[in-house]
Design a protein around this ligand. Structure first.
Ligand SMILES: C[S@@+](CC[C@H](N)C(=O)[O-])C[C@H]1O[C@@H](n2cnc3c(N)ncnc32)[C@H](O)[C@@H]1O
Length: 185
C-alpha cells in the first residue's frame, strides 16, 4: 500500500497537465514544490510564512533548474487571493512545523480551514486539494479536530471528501484528506 505522501502525489499527478496552475500552500523545505515543478504543470505558486522555508525552497529549485516556473511567496496561504489570479487545479497542504527549524511555528487550524474554504470556491471543477494532517503535536491535534469537523459538513454534491489513513499505526501517524470539487457552488 502507498505511504501517505506517495498517495498524495498520485492524487495530485492525476489532475495535472500542461495547462495546470498548482499551489503548494506550505512550502517548508521545498520537497512538495519540487515535486509539483517536476510535473507538466505550467505554473507553481508556493507559500510559506517563514523566510528560511522560502530560502530553502528557492535553493532546491535552483539546484534542479526549475525555479523559473515557480513563484515563491513569503506570506500566509490565507492571502493566496492576492497573488493567484489564474484558475488553479491542484493544491497541497503539508501541515505542521518545518523540520530543522523552530517547531513552535506551525500551521493553524482556523487559518487552514478558512484558506481551504476560500480555495474550494475558487478551484476549477474537477480540481483537488490534498491535505496531509500531522497530529503528533499539540497544535496538530487541535488543527485535526477543526479540519475534520469542517470536512464532514461539506455537501457531497459539491465536494467529494476522501480520508486515507493507516488506522493501526502508532504515535498519531499522519493521514491524508483529499477534497475534489465536483460542481460549482
Ligand atoms: C510540514 S512543513 C511543510 C513541508 C513541506 N511541504 C516540504 O515539502 O518540505 C509546514 C510549513 O507550513 C508553514 N506554515 C505555517 N503556517 C502557514 C501559513 N499560514 N501559510 C503558509 N505557510 C505556513 C510553516 O512555516 C512550515 O514551513
Amino acid at each position: 500500500m502507498d505511504k501517505v505522501l506517495v498517495f498524495a502525489k498520485k492524487l495530485l499527478k492525476e489532475k495535472i497537465d500542461k495547462n495546470s496552475v498548482v499551489i503548494d500552500a506550505t512550502c517548508g523545505n521545498g520537497n512538495d514544490t519540487l515535486f509539483l515543478a517536476k510535473t507538466s504543470a505550467k505554473k507553481v505558486y508556493s507559500f510559506d510564512i517563514q523566510k528560511i522555508a522560502i530560502e530553502r525552497t528557492e535553493k532546491l529549485l535552483e539546484e534542479n533548474e526549475l525555479l523559473s516556473k515557480c513563484k515563491l511567496i513569503l506570506d500566509s496561504h490565507a492571502n493566496f487571493d492576492n497573488y493567484v489570479e489564474d484558475e488553479f487545479q491542484a493544491v497541497i497542504f503539508n501541515l505542521g512545523y518545518l523540520p530543522n527549524a523552530n517547531h513552535d511555528i506551525t500551521t493553524n487550524g482556523k487559518i487552514t480551514k478558512l484558506t481551504i474554504e476560500k480555495m474550494l470556491k475558487r478551484i476549477s471543477v474537477g480540481g483537488i486539494i490534498v491535505v496531509v494532517i500531522y497530529w503528533g503535536h499539540q497544535n496538530g491535534i487541535l488543527e485535526k479536530e477543526i479540519l475534520c469537523s469542517y470536512f464532514e459538513t461539506l455537501n457531497q454534491k459539491n465536494i467529494e471528501v476522501l480520508q486515507y489513513q493507516f488506522i493501526n499505526q502508532k504515535n498519531n501517524a499522519p493521514f491524508l484528506v483529499a477534497l475534489e470539487k465536483v460542481r460549482e457552488f
